[in-house]
Ligand binder design. Structure first.
Ligand code: NAG
Ligand code: NAG
Ligand code: NAG
Length: 469
């Protein structure tokens, strides 16, 4: 649900059910974190401005953390601001194989005590971290997400503040409530169900695009009594470290989450080679997740348990427009979905199917809004698609199409019309501000629905615009 516009942020059905029911000992009331307005003169805006000013020209040094020890390896790296390459946001280092193995052994040694800690106490850590991020650390995590990951204030607020805080509070509440769901006692016998952490460690590999995902992938297994090796993305080290420190400052014991920026393959090789691997919690590319699965399969004889693998990978979000659709909703929904945060979200619309009768109207309105868009940041992979669109006979650039990486990674929001619905641009993941449109004869919509389903191995999300139910 990440990346939803703020207006649609509301508790899910199960979250609602959770707060309406009365559980005997849980009774934790949590609400969605409000999305702040940052209007001129507001306290939140002043604090954020101060935090942003404080980061100007600064390079923060971020070590690997194993237990309580700050470790620097020889392999020093930099996180660059995506909109200003000459700003080194963070200096960090890659954990090497030896350090990753040391972290594994220290985690495994700490596992039992953490797992036996009552769930209420584990949940307290997340509640406190949520309060820190909601209050005193909000400006810092937002500023670091904006400068380090290239977000606007709104995009940072719905991610690094609201969504992350919600993850921590709702997950903690649900964890506590799980323990209240007990089997029935039968005559003379008492039945008890206990939730335990996995017997080994969980490897959490998080992406650059959402600060909240790192907190969730590493924090949720820890909440449930697991020990975790967290590899944040190279492009999100700075904000991830704020989240890690917020958890530690909230009572997370050392060695429960190890903070380990690392080269992807080195980290993957080391964790999948350990007999203690119990889980992989992953968000990132499709090829990387497949590589991890293959390694786990190859090493399956050497594990002490069966590792659980949970991954979120590619997407090719579609917008299907029926001839009965409300045009303004289509246009506004599509511009926001395709171009917010440079199209780098699971919910970013990448392909659209439009009936021929509506296309002239929809195109004109899309172009009207497109003219008002300011170019932000987001590059090499996307450049390839734009170059291709300019030379292909079946693709036509309707708007945008330009790019520039001299100062930062800038890609113009681009709309491309294709006459070939099977073109790679309709099926492959782009992960940038590029929207491909296929215009179909309005009465052929049933065939088009089949086409949407069979064109790409990915969907992840999709939307249907129609008034005719
Ligand atoms: C880019 O970063 C450099 C180094 O921190 C700084 O001197 C420069 O003013 C920044 N440029 C812009 C446009 O912010
Ligand atoms: C992975 O993280 C999700 C939250 O994103 C959590 O629900 C799940 O239990 C985790 N899986 C493992 C194997 O730790
Ligand atoms: C973040 O990016 C990854 C790819 O690195 C993608 O799988 C995921 O869906 C994105 N997450 C969100 C919430 O947009």
């Amino acid at each position: 649900d990440l990346g939803r516009p703020s207006a649609s942020r509301s508790p899910t059905a199960s979250q609602k059910r959770g707060s309406e029911n009365t559980f005997p000992c849980a009774a934790v009331e949590v609400k969605n974190e409000p999305v702040l307005g940052f209007t001129p003169g507001s306290a939140e805006r002043n604090e954020l401005q101060k935090a942003l000013d404080g980061l100007k020209g600064k390079t923060e040094e971020i070590p690997c953390v194993v237990g309580d020890e700050h470790v620097w390896t020889e392999d020093v790296r930099y996180q660059l601001s995506p909109f200003n390459h000459s700003h080194k946001v963070a200096k960090f280092c890659y954990a090497d194989e030896a350090l990753i193995n040391r972290a594994i052994m220290a985690s495994v040694a700490a596992r039992k005590e953490w797992d036996l800690t009552p769930v209420q106490d584990r949940a307290q850590v997340l509640f406190k971290a949520a309060d820190l991020l909601s209050g005193p650390k909000r400006a810092e995590v937002l500023a670091k997400t904006m400068i380090g990951q290239g977000k606007t204030v709104v995009q940072a607020e719905i991610d690094a503040a609201a969504e992350l805080i919600d993850f921590f509070r709702f997950n903690a509440k649900h964890a506590v409530e799980l323990e209240d769901q007990q089997p029935l006692d039968a005559d003379g016998s008492t039945n008890t169900m206990l939730y335990r952490g996995l017997e080994g460690f969980v490897a959490a590999v998080s992406p650059f695009n959402f600060t909240a995902i790192g907190g969730n992938l590493a924090g949720t297994p820890a909440l449930m009594g697991n020990v975790v090796l967290w590899k944040p993305s190279d492009a999100a080290v700075s904000a991830s470290y704020v989240v890690y420190r917020a958890l530690r400052a909230s009572g997370l014991p050392p060695n429960v989450i190890q903070f380990l920026p690392a080269d992807g393959p080195v980290f993957g090789d080391a964790v999948t080679a350990s007999e203690h691997l119990a889980g992989v919690n992953f968000t990132g590319s499709f090829p990387t997740f497949k590589r991890l699965w293959k390694q786990v399969a190859q090493n399956v004889d050497s594990y002490r348990t069966f590792p659980r693998l949970a991954g979120e990978c590619g997407g090719k979000n579609f917008h299907f427009v029926h001839k009965s659709a409300h045009v303004e909703s289509v246009v506004k929904g599509t511009v926001r979905s395709a171009f917010e945060y440079g199209g780098q979200k699971c919910s970013a619309c990448s392909r659209m199917y439009v009936p021929d009768s509506l296309w002239p109207l929809i195109r004109d309105q899309l172009l009207d809004i497109h003219r008002q868009l300011k170019v932000g940041d987001s590059f090499a992979r996307i450049k390839k698609w734009l170059d291709r669109a300019k030379t292909s006979s079946t693709l036509k650039v309707v708007a945008g199409g330009n790019y520039d990486d001299s100062k930062g990674y800038f890609v113009e929001p681009t709309i491309i019309e294709t006459t070939d619905p099977r073109d790679a641009i309709m099926s492959e993941e782009i992960f940038g501000p590029v929207l491909a449109v296929y215009v179909y004869p309005e009465n052929d919509y049933k065939e088009v629905l089949q086409l949407i389903d069979s064109t790409s191995p990915f969907a992840l999300t999709g939307a249907v615009f129609a008034l005719d139910k």
